[in-house]
Every structure is written in structure tokens, then in C-alpha cells.
Design a protein around this ligand. Structure first.
Ligand code: FES
Length: 136
């Protein structure tokens, strides 16, 4: 059985952590369970974008409709960085293959000391509908 490997790199490209994860695990959940302290303010509900990651190796070719709509809205607000082809919401992604992941907003434990930003769900919320990635 294939077991995907996640490589977490910092913004300088330095490898911070490597771990294997069961195929089909939600990426945000996998990162949190491995102690990667990334912000996820809306609790994994495709509302905030703070759980963003860049995926430079193993970039997915599909995205959820919820992510696509959120990024499209941000671009319409004058934020073109949300059209970057390798940027994904970790709460809107299932690990299907090896990936190199760079979390963009760190230290949830410092920013939210009141329980905000806790995502304990194994499932993607809202129920995912998948579309081909058209950014880039
Ligand atoms: S969009 Fe808010 S945690 Fe993913």
C-alpha cells in the first residue's frame, strides 16, 4: 500500500520536518497532528485563508469548489496573490501523493490562545466538490 510522504519546508526552503501519512488524510489535520503550528483561524471551514500552504512539489491538479470561490473572491478584492498556482488551503486538500509543503502563516498557538483555530475534523468542510485547477 502506498504511504504518502509530506516534507515541510520553511519560507527559505529549509526542510523542517518529514513524515508519512495515511493516504486520504486532510492535509491540515496531518500537519497539526505532526505538531506543525500553522494558523487556521476559521477552524478548517474554507472561510479565512490562514491555513494557506505553497505546494512546490507534488502540486495537486484539483481543488475544491469552496477554495476556488474563496480565492476568486480575494482576487476580485485586488489581491492577485490568490491566483498563485501552487497555493492551497490545507483544510481543503487530501493527501494523495508525496508533497513538499510550505505553510504561510505560522504560530497559531500564539495568535489564538482562546481555542480559536482548532480543527479536529477528519473530513473536509464543507462537503467537497472537486474541480480541475485552472490557476496559473
Ligand atoms: S480556510 Fe480557514 S482554516 Fe482553512
Amino acid at each position: 500500500m502506498f504511504i504518502p510522504k509530506i516534507t515541510v519546508v520553511d519560507f527559505m526552503g529549509t526542510v523542517e520536518k518529514e513524515f508519512e501519512v495515511e493516504k486520504g488524510t486532510k492535509l491540515l489535520k496531518a500537519l497539526i497532528d505532526q505538531g506543525v503550528d500553522l494558523v487556521h483561524t476559521c477552524g478548517g471551514n474554507a472561510k479565512c485563508t490562514t491555513c494557506r500552504v505553497n505546494i512546490d512539489v507534488g502540486t495537486p491538479t484539483k481543488e475544491t469548489v469552496a477554495q476556488k470561490e474563496l480565492f476568486t473572491k480575494r482576487v476580485s478584492w485586488g489581491l492577485p496573490q490568490f491566483s498563485a498556482p501552487r497555493m492551497f488551503l490545507s483544510c481543503q486538500l487530501l493527501v494523495e501523493h508525496d508533497m513538499e509543503v510550505s505553510p504561510m502563516e505560522r504560530y497559531n498557538s500564539i495568535i489564538h490562545d482562546d481555542g480559536v483555530g482548532k480543527d479536529t475534523s477528519d473530513e473536509i468542510t464543507p462537503d467537497p466538490a472537486w474541480v480541475d485547477l485552472e490557476r496559473g
